[in-house]
Design a protein around this ligand. Structure first.
Ligand SMILES: *[C@@H]1O[C@H](CO)[C@@H](O)[C@H](O)[C@H]1NC(C)=O
Ligand SMILES: *[C@@H]1O[C@H](CO)[C@@H](O)[C@H](O)[C@H]1NC(C)=O
Ligand SMILES: *[C@@H]1O[C@H](CO)[C@@H](O)[C@H](O)[C@H]1NC(C)=O
Ligand SMILES: *[C@@H]1O[C@H](CO)[C@@H](O)[C@H](O)[C@H]1NC(C)=O
Ligand SMILES: *[C@@H]1O[C@H](CO)[C@@H](O)[C@H](O)[C@H]1NC(C)=O
Ligand SMILES: *[C@@H]1O[C@H](CO)[C@@H](O)[C@H](O)[C@H]1NC(C)=O
Ligand SMILES: *[C@@H]1O[C@H](CO)[C@@H](O)[C@H](O)[C@H]1NC(C)=O
Ligand SMILES: *[C@@H]1O[C@H](CO)[C@@H](O)[C@H](O)[C@H]1NC(C)=O
Ligand SMILES: *[C@@H]1O[C@H](CO)[C@@H](O)[C@H](O)[C@H]1NC(C)=O
Ligand SMILES: *[C@@H]1O[C@H](CO)[C@@H](O)[C@H](O)[C@H]1NC(C)=O
Length: 837
């Protein structure tokens, strides 16, 4: 049509309007062959007037669609579209020729202005009097016209079998297994394009069905299976829900649907592809607007499987992903960088089959794992399910099927548990298989044992108390009041000490960072085998030494803390006190008491400082170190091998009393501490026993060797390595042995000791030192003997030629493979140096 004159245009428009006006009032109650629905504003209205069906163009689109919307609300809300994927291409001049009618074959068809079939119900069953009606539920149905019922079975076709993006009350989402149809939602592609988008929501068929939201073919959110009270992944509402939910699973159908509790409330669920959300919205009549009632995914934990296999997602934790109790990250490195896809693995594998020695741990308030790897047993009791699960080695977990009171049935899961989430206030429990040590069974056993032990302990305690009181009262009669007071004081002191034993403070990283000026170089006291040591000043003014352990340690945090607590319980006046530790992020640190006088080597090997150590002080130091080492080896509860005893690890207090530091470090860093073989040689080669340096074999006797070296160093004031006197190019041990052989051991004595030394004591020390340096560990005395030999005038054994080795320029800490390059001298006097190359 061409408009040549504005006036003509006005007339034409008014004519058009007139046509529309006269026909738009048409509100049909049914569509028949003789009464089609035209695209002229006419609508088909439901009986109660809630819904209407008609032609529309969404948003800015000019395409024509047949759709259903609420007639009773002013905001046009399309709840269903017939021809969403085959629109009538827009042509405003002849839209009124579009029509929805019934074809001769009885199908409902949508014809465009060229009489082309755009869309059809496409059924094969012919009827004589087909009729189309819009029911009050918004279900558009095609049925036999002379039949009077509105029973679902009588419908030839219904729109509820072909949902779009909206789930209306009474609509079924899921499968009709008999007819073989799946009803699922898919979102509009965009606000002006109702064609099928890639966000869909449907029922996942399995023996334990659940609803799944998908993006394309990717699973995006699981509802969790139905457990009688709700979907296991659904939070428990604190308010009364506005809808009643129905879940049906039988041999004919599996579906979910809902009805509104208050029929006058308007509320629907729909998918929104732009937001990638499923939403429930409710009409607020006062404000003439839709309000969002629920939006899924609800939180970070709702998208599918955020934490990987066996990872548990907890919204209120930081980070949200945590391994289940009894599990640990498969790759701790990735896990710590929040890369969770690899998930978690059992900390301790279960034994399966072997003596049936597995158990289960109950996890409360769980969204149960992906049901595709599960089986269900409709009538089985929970206990039987447990037995069933134990019998199959790939069974990982079980849970009840119906958590309501009196509910029965259970399901079991195989393999990794996928998509776990903690659901607040949910009643759903999940029982996960564990090695017996981590299971609830073990806990109950312990509790039972406790229940038995507690009464026993109480009885024994009471008996002891009575006996004690009896004796105490008896003594009291004989002693005066003064001694009573003394007794009281000393017991109080003891209690205090015991308490201190068990209170090992854990320090905050930030606090330590401040105390050491951010681990500044100025605060650095030195660098040991396991990392640097810093001086730090705590907020209360106390000075501490902080050892920052290198990160090579593979030990877990819990084990580390346990070890630190054990080491802190080692208390001896010749050991440096462990004050606490800090385990945070990647850092592991130890806090020791601070020793202002620094270490023994700073005195011993310094020409001026060494004068401060006269013989009586040195002898005292030797004996004290021996006592400290003896405590580590024998008297403590732990039997610690130091493995890095050297002059720089002996710290001196204000009165020049020595304290051994760095003890237990090998243990703290995860090397085992039993006599044995290690693939990581720690320590300093100058002090290292041959068998340890070469084969990595360590024992208390390798500490004895180190003590021997230390002893000679204290006597001579020279470093083991630093001896280049006479023509010898070998070390202090070789030098000492030569002098001993030449019957001239006094030449070994430090010049500055000439005046103060007691020759017999010095000679005894040298002899003990050489005995400690024997090549074969069995020839070396233990520390208990050393202590006796040093302090008593007993006759000592004659030392044989000592064993030692010479290395190349060796760092203080090397791998054992390097150790192979070092050669032990056993030849008398001739010490050879073998180079590996
Ligand atoms: C609309 O229809 C008229 C008449 O049928 C035709 O001439 C015109 O090309 C059509 N326009 C479009 C955009 O399809
Ligand atoms: C469409 O079919 C109807 C009846 O079958 C007929 O009256 C009408 O002329 C047809 N229109 C076109 C454009 O073919
Ligand atoms: C109609 O149904 C038949 C099979 O029942 C199918 O092959 C055909 O593609 C369908 N046509 C339309 C337009 O849906
Ligand atoms: C259909 O039912 C209505 C009332 O429900 C009744 O008045 C009418 O006679 C019935 N018609 C037939 C054909 O059964
Ligand atoms: C999705 O939600 C957004 C924001 O509420 C809205 O603008 C958009 O129209 C919605 N899309 C559909 C298809 O409803
Ligand atoms: C669902 O129904 C099927 C078939 O009746 C049955 O095998 C399965 O155990 C049922 N699942 C649940 C969770 O009830
Ligand atoms: C889904 O469709 C949107 C656009 O409609 C697109 O951006 C997105 O990549 C699609 N997603 C998938 C998984 O196909
Ligand atoms: C149902 O909802 C309407 C409108 O919101 C309200 O007026 C009415 O009181 C409600 N009925 C019941 C039983 O809650
Ligand atoms: C309607 O909106 C007003 C202001 O926007 C608000 O105060 C009121 O609570 C709303 N009513 C309802 C029922 O949400
Ligand atoms: C254990 O479960 C697996 C995995 O589902 C199954 O294939 C296997 O047959 C079961 N074994 C026994 C002994 O029941």
């Amino acid at each position: 049509m061409a408009f040549t004159h504005p006036f003509m245009l006005a007339i034409t428009i008014s004519n058009l309007l007139l046509i529309f006006f006269s026909q738009s009032s048409t509100a049909l109650d049914s569509i028949t062959q003789s009464q089609p629905l035209h695209d002229d504003g006419s609508t088909l209205v439901s009986n109660d007037g809630t819904f209407e069906l008609g032609f529309f163009s969404p948003g800015s689109s000019t395409n024509r669609y047949i759709g259903i919307w609420y007639k009773i609300i002013p905001v046009k809300t399309i709840v269903w579209v017939a021809n969403r994927d085959s629109p009538i291409k827009g042509n405003s001049s002849n839209i009124k020729s579009n029509m929805l009618t019934i074809a001769n074959d009885g199908n409902m068809v949508l014809l465009d202005s060229n009489n082309q079939t755009i869309w059809s119900t496409n059924i094969t069953s012919l009827t004589t009097h087909p009729l189309v009606q819009l029911l009050d539920t918004a279900n558009l149905v095609l049925k036999e016209g002379n039949k009077n019922n509105s029973n679902e079975e009588s419908f030839l076709w219904q729109s509820f079998d072909h949902p779009c993006d909206t789930l209306l009350p009474g609509m079924k989402l899921g499968w009709d297994l008999k007819k073989g149809i799946e009803r699922k939602l898919s979102a509009w592609k965009s606000w002006d394009d109702p064609s099928s988008g890639n966000l869909t929501w449907g029922m996942l068929l399995s023996s334990n069905p659940e609803l799944v939201l998908r993006k394309g073919s990717d699973e995006y959110h699981r509802s969790g299976p139905w457990n009688g009270a709700g979907f296991s992944g659904q939070p428990v509402l604190r308010i009364t829900p506005i809808v009643d939910t129905k879940f049906v699973n039988d041999s004919n159908q599996v579906y979910y649907s809902y009805t509104l509790r208050n029929k006058s409330v308007i509320s629907i669920t729909y998918l929104n592809q732009t937001l990638v959300h499923r939403k429930r919205i409710t009409w607020i009549p006062e404000n003439k607007t839709w309000r969002v009632y629920e939006s899924v995914p609800r939180d970070e934990c709702d998208p599918y499987n955020p934490c990987g296999p066996n990872g548990n997602c907890m919204v209120n934790e930081t980070p949200i992903c945590q391994c289940l109790e009894g599990f640990e990250p498969k790759s701790p490195q990735n896990w710590n960088t929040f890369e969770w896809t690899q998930g978690c693995v059992h900390r301790e594998p279960w034994s399966c089959g072997v003596k049936n020695e597995d158990g289960f741990r109950r996890f409360a308030s769980m969204k149960v794992p992906d049901t595709r790897s599960s089986w269900t047993y409709g009538n089985m009791a929970l206990e039987d399910c447990r037995i069933k699960c134990l019998k199959n080695c790939s069974c990982m977990a079980y849970s009840n099927l119906d958590i309501r009171e009196g509910g029965s049935g259970c399901s079991i899961w195989f393999g990794d548990l996928i998509d776990l989430k903690l659901v607040q206030a949910s009643q759903q429990d999940l029982y996960i298989r564990m090695a017996i040590s981590g299971s609830d069974e073990e806990d109950t056993r312990k509790k039972k044992a406790l229940v038995i032990t507690i009464p026993l302990v109480s009885v024994i305690t009471i008996l002891l108390l009575v006996v004690f009181l009896y004796i105490y009262m008896g003594k009291r009669k004989h002693k005066g009041k003064e001694s009573d007071a003394k007794n009281m004081v000393s017991t109080e002191k003891k209690d205090e000490e015991e308490n201190q034993d068990f209170e090992l403070p854990f320090f905050d990283l930030a606090l330590i960072f401040n105390a050491t000026n951010g681990f500044s170089e100025d605060n650095k006291l030195g660098e040991g085998g396991f990392g640097p040591v810093y001086k730090g000043t705590l907020q209360d003014g106390r000075d501490v030494a902080i050892k920052r352990l290198s990160r090579s340690s593979t030990q877990g945090v819990k084990e580390f803390k346990n070890e630190v607590i054990l080491c802190a319980k080692l208390q001896h006046r010749n050991l440096v006190k462990v004050l606490g530790c800090c385990v945070q992020e990647e850092e592991k640190m130890l806090l020791y008491e601070y020793m202002p006088n620094k270490s023994l080597d700073s005195f011993l090997f310094d020409s001026t400082q060494s004068k401060l150590l006269d013989w009586s002080k040195r002898f005292n130091i030797i004996c004290a170190i021996a006592h400290g080492l003896l405590y580590l080896h024998q008297d403590s509860r732990l039997r610690i091998i130091h493995r890095d005893l050297k002059a720089s690890n002996i710290l001196l207090d204000d009165d020049m009393n020595p304290k051994i530091s760095d003890f237990g470090l090998a243990r703290l860093c995860g090397d085992d501490q039993i006599e044995g073989n290690t693939n990581r040689v720690v320590g300093t080669y100058d002090y290292m026993a041959p068998e340890y340096a070469i084969d990595g074999l360590f024992s208390i006797k390798s500490d004895v060797f180190s003590f021997g070296v230390l002893l000679l160093e204290i006597v001579s004031g020279k470093k083991n390595r630093g001896v280049t006197s006479t023509s010898d190019t070998y070390n202090l041990i070789g030098h000492a042995w030569r002098l001993w052989k030449d019957d001239d051991p006094t030449k070994l004595i430090d010049i500055c000791l000439e005046e103060s030394c007691v020759v017999s004591e010095v000679l005894r020390c040298i002899q003990v030192g050489l005995l400690c340096l024997q090549l074969h560990p069995n020839d070396r005395p233990n520390m208990a003997s050393v202590v006796v030999m040093l302090t008593n005038e007993t006759i000592l054994a004659q030392p044989k030629e000592p064993g030692f080795f010479i290395g190349k320029a060796i760092p203080s800490e090397v791998e054992s493979s390097t150790g192979k390059e070092i050669f032990v001298s056993v030849n008398e006097m001739s010490i050879s140096l073998l180079d590996a190359r």
